[in-house]
Ligand binder design. Structure first.
Ligand code: 5GP
Ligand code: ZN
Length: 116
């Protein structure tokens, strides 16, 4: 069994678990976080399983650049006119809970209730 078999974000990408999707293309999927920590809080994930930022190499540069550029575009689409925050929690000390690479995108009027 591979690490992707029981991965919640792989299952969302495969349509096996429902999610409120905002965007998808061949490489990535964006969906609202199930426990939003800000008025706007969505996640950007690669469709293929990648454990975390720590397992990325130079070969993943196009994917990571695509995720960053999309974060800005989708935050604007979500009405984040005054800015937004991007967060990638990595590993145990980075507070990563789901081991499928994901970028949090948070925005909306402050103060926000939660911490990421
Ligand atoms: P991490 O701490 O790994 O950076 O954050 C994982 C995030 O995934 C959390 O903010 C959590 O609310 C979100 N999350 C976990 N399971 C699900 C799920 O099944 N659906 C959605 N939409 N978000 C999830
Ligand atoms: Zn996965």
């Amino acid at each position: 069994m591979s690490s992707a078999d029981n991965c919640v974000f792989c299952r969302i990408a495969a349509g096996q678990i429902p999610a409120q999707k905002l965007y998808e293309d061949d490489l990535v999927l964006a969906f609202h976080d199930i426990r939003p920590a800000a008025p706007v809080h969505f996640l950007l994930v690669p469709k293929r399983h990648v454990d975390s930022l720590a397992s990325c190499t130079a070969a993943d540069t196009p994917l990571l650049g695509h995720m960053l550029a999309l974060a800005a575009r989708l935050a604007a689409d979500q009405g984040c006119a005054n800015g937004f925050k991007t967060v990638i929690n990595t590993g145990a000390d980075g507070g990563q809970e789901v081991y499928h690479l994901h970028m949090h995108v948070l925005g909306g009027p402050r103060p926000w209730q939660g911490a990421i």
